[in-house]
Write a protein that binds this ligand. Structure first.
Ligand code: FEO
Length: 417
């Protein structure tokens, strides 16, 4: 049995799913699995586009063999040399002794570093190069830092297929599906696609913007990523998501409240704030305990919402370690352009609020720390209600201001046209 599906004339999906891996990159939980995508073009020459992780190499080789149906494999295009796509290269080189690898200069360097010393079998390509394999002529587009520096995207000028490497990928196994329009993608895949993008590629927004500009100049009919489902329509929808993520613009006006609480007192304050926000009409809220929410989920939601509230207990005269880790991860992934409200707590020397504010101001880009704060001593008291109300008002004002700025820039763009 095989897991092959036809993408379009001459092009077959030959990748597969991994539902056994607990942690992608040994960091990110993937409870719904992940796919490693590979595509086989059957032209006068046979051309495999990217390979797969070691975990599914056996079924992958069966798929390739099945589609080749007795023909030899002539070329393997390596768009991305990360081992989740390239562990199987060594076996493919052994099985197909005439196979040549087409890739960028950097990827070939990485292949040597990973131990593939087959110098007579490498064909180096760069931006703008094309190769014809019969009916199909493929053009190579450099896309550095989406997600590693060696990355290429490959565009089939004959049928408009863009092999987009990690871009437009997602966690979640394909489970027999191939196309994004075969599922309710917005309902079932968006959160995991956001978590994938923001944590894996989020740091490199400016590079992603450049790649999106290049892609904008192509007549694209299919987007074939290395993980997740293939896009063949509704490109505006997914491009809009990517544009938000790459430019660090929030997708939604709403509030991510992340709290660090040891005995429930800071948690109670976070809940009280959520209730007050809802009373004030701001109901688009995600309330998360930093101690039992994986940081990759927090990062994805920091990219999603316009406002963040950090509520932390003081620990060892500093910020609670898991909260500190979240803030540092936001910095590492370039989270910016958000309004942040602060709540802190401490029983004898509260320090968390001051330290979080200093970090946001001095270490991060364009984080607007709102002046309204709530400082608690051990537990939330009724006398602090005005401070809580002030935080709600500060959030309301910042959302209003963001909306007005958006409207203004929209009307300026319109008048420029
Ligand atoms: Fe899916 Fe950057 O590898």
């Amino acid at each position: 049995m095989y897991t092959v599906r036809k993408v379009t004339d001459d092009l077959y999906y030959v990748g597969g799913d991994d539902r056994r891996l607990a942690l992608f990159e040994n960091i990110f939980p993937i409870p719904e699995g992940v796919s490693y995508n590979s595509y086989l073009l059957m032209d006068e020459k046979t051309v495999l586009v990217d390979a797969v992780d070691w975990a599914i190499t056996r079924e992958y080789m069966l798929n390739v063999d099945r589609v080749l149906d007795g023909r030899d494999l002539d070329y393997l295009i390596v768009n991305h040399m990360e081992p989740d796509h390239c562990s199987s290269i060594e076996l493919m080189l052994q099985k197909y002794p005439n196979l040549k690898i087409i890739s960028s200069e950097k990827a070939i360097l990485f292949m040597r570093q990973f131990g593939y010393h087959v110098d007579d079998r490498y064909i180096e390509v760069k931006e703008g190069d094309t190769m014809s394999f019969g009916k199909h002529t493929l053009a190579f587009v450099e896309a550095p830092m989406v997600h590693w520096p060696e990355v290429l995207m490959t565009y089939d000028t004959t049928n408009g297929v863009l092999f987009s490497a990690d871009a437009f990928g997602s966690f979640i196994a394909n489970n027999g599906r191939l196309f994004a329009d075969e599922v309710d993608w917005d309902r079932d895949y968006l959160d995991e696609a956001r978590r994938y993008y923001t944590n894996i590629v989020g740091k490199y927004g400016t590079f992603v913007q450049k790649a999106l500009e290049k892609a904008g100049g192509l007549d694209i009919k299919y987007i074939c990523p290395l993980h997740g489902l293939v896009w063949r329509d509704d490109f505006g929808y997914i491009l809009d998501k990517y544009t938000h993520w790459a430019t660090y613009e929030p997708e939604e006006d709403g509030v991510l409240i992340v709290y660090a609480s040891m005995y429930g007192n800071t948690e109670f304050a976070a809940q009280a704030l959520a209730a007050k926000l809802c009373e004030a009409g701001i109901t688009n809220i995600s309330l998360r305990d930093v101690s039992n929410t994986h940081v990759s989920v927090l990062i994805a939601e920091a990219f999603k919402y316009s406002n963040i509230v950090l509520a932390s207990v003081t620990y060892n005269l500093g910020v609670y370690p898991l909260m500190q880790n979240f803030i540092e991860d936001m910095k590492a992934l370039n989270v910016q352009n958000r309004a942040v409200s602060i709540i802190d707590n401490g029983s004898w020397a509260p320090q968390a609020g001051e330290k979080m504010e200093k970090y946001l101001d001095e270490e991060m880009k364009l984080m607007d720390v709102l002046p309204e704060q709530l400082n608690m001593v051990s537990s939330l008291k009724a006398m602090k209600e005005p401070d809580m109300d002030a935080i709600v008002e500060g959030i309301q004002d910042s959302i209003k201001k963001r909306k007005e700025e958006k409207e203004k820039s929209k009307s300026q763009n319109k008048s420029k046209k």
